[in-house]
Design a protein around this ligand. Structure first.
Ligand code: NAP
Length: 326
């Protein structure tokens, strides 16, 4: 008998075909989020689940009594309650690597859009407010030859360094849990203390995972250290920033602007003041959202799933669960 799996999000057809060769598959195929009662009914007897952005907590795990593996179609896994997964002896996987360039492109887009006011000026033209005369009020700020500070220099961070150095002749600083000698040597990126990075950078990019150590790691104190001309870019998770402190820093002119792909609450509440600030670029968490990359992510998640439910070791078990049984 084939193992039973549930796919809790729409995935491309080739992914379904591949999983179906090895597993008995049921799936949620609507663009609406799956209601919790439907999800819990579907997972009650499955061996594995493929999903993203659904909390894997005590109530999920206690519902799925046969579960061996949960496969995120994302690199971030802050939806995993690691201790609960250890308790229930359930493996968790993610999709590192296949999205690095796509996310780095988007984050660099946020840098350019913030500095050159692209979104704001696009609206100005479309609203019929492009007038003859001096364009001085439309001036932005340079990106090339400025200082980029990256907090969390991992797979995606390294791709940002490459873009900044090779494409834009930027001076690159980074702060990370561990030093990256190869990146330092290859791209002349300089490791600095966090406070030094904050006070020297023209663009501060946050790219750490969200976990108990990084939760709200950028807040009032950190914004206070930044230059009033600097831009803050968040491509990680909304929870890594104290969002109220960010709003205050923008309102008080402590920083010049922000480019945000992620928020404390997603989708963003329509009353969030960030949505009314012309110097803030807001995107709906689309870092990895290209057709090719989403296919690659879903296929990698599928490979993890098939391995996990057929007794093999999946390639992308998250580091905290590597000791778990297969
Ligand atoms: P990664 O390779 O694991 O890189 C994360 C880096 O953060 C690592 O270098 C890590 O240090 C560092 N780090 C972790 N905790 C830290 C701390 N407390 N202080 C300083 N540095 C710390 O992950 P990645 O693939 O680049 O992805 C990074 C994150 O981006 C994901 O976890 C996800 O949340 C986010 N993301 C967002 C989108 C989007 O759509 N906006 C898309 C993809 C990813 P070490 O090298 O020492 O481990």
């Amino acid at each position: 008998m084939k193992p039973k799996v549930y796919i809790a999000k729409p995935v491309p057809e080739p992914v379904i075909t591949y999983i179906s060769e090895h597993c008995d598959v049921r799936l949620w195929n609507s663009t609406e989020p799956i209601p919790q009662d439907v999800l819990y009914e579907e997972i009650a007897s499955v061996d594995g689940v493929l999903l993203s952005h659904i909390d894997i907590n005590e109530s999920f795990l206690s519902t799925a009594s046969n579960l061996k593996i949960v496969c995120n179609a994302s690199v971030g896994y802050d939806n995993f309650d690691i201790e609960a997964m250890k308790k229930y002896n359930v493996l968790g996987t993610h999709t590192p690597g296949v999205l690095d360039d796509t996310v780095a492109d988007l984050v660099f887009g946020l840098i350019l859009t913030s500095a050159r006011r692209l979104a704001e000026l696009d609206r100005l033209v479309k609203d019929g407010n492009w007038e003859k005369g001096s364009d001085t009020p439309l001036f932005g700020r340079d990106v090339h030859h400025q200082t980029l500070g990256i907090i969390g220099l991992g797979r995606i961070g390294e791709k940002l360094v490459k873009r900044a150095k090779c494409g834009f002749d930027m001076n690159v600083l980074y702060y990370n849990r561990s030093r990256k000698p190869v990146v330092e040597e290859t791209y002349d990126a300089k490791y600095t203390a966090l406070d030094e990075l904050l006070s020297q950078s023209d663009f501060v990019v946050l790219m750490t995972p969200l976990n108990p150590e990084t939760e709200k790691m950028i807040g009032k104190r950190e914004f206070h250290l930044m230059k009033p001309t600097a831009f803050f870019i968040n491509g990680s998770r909304g929870g890594t920033v104290d969002e109220q402190a960010l709003i205050d820093a923008l309102q008080d002119g402590e920083i010049a602007g922000a480019g945000l792909d992620v928020f404390q609450q997603e989708p963003v509440d329509s009353n969030n003041p960030l949505l009314r600030m012309p110097n803030v670029v807001t995107l709906p968490h689309i870092g990895s959202a290209t057709a090719q990359t989403r296919l690659d992510m879903a296929m990698l998640a599928a490979q993890n799933l098939v391995k996990g439910v057929t007794g093999e070791i999946p390639p992308n078990v998250v580091p905290e669960l590597k000791q778990q049984r297969n």
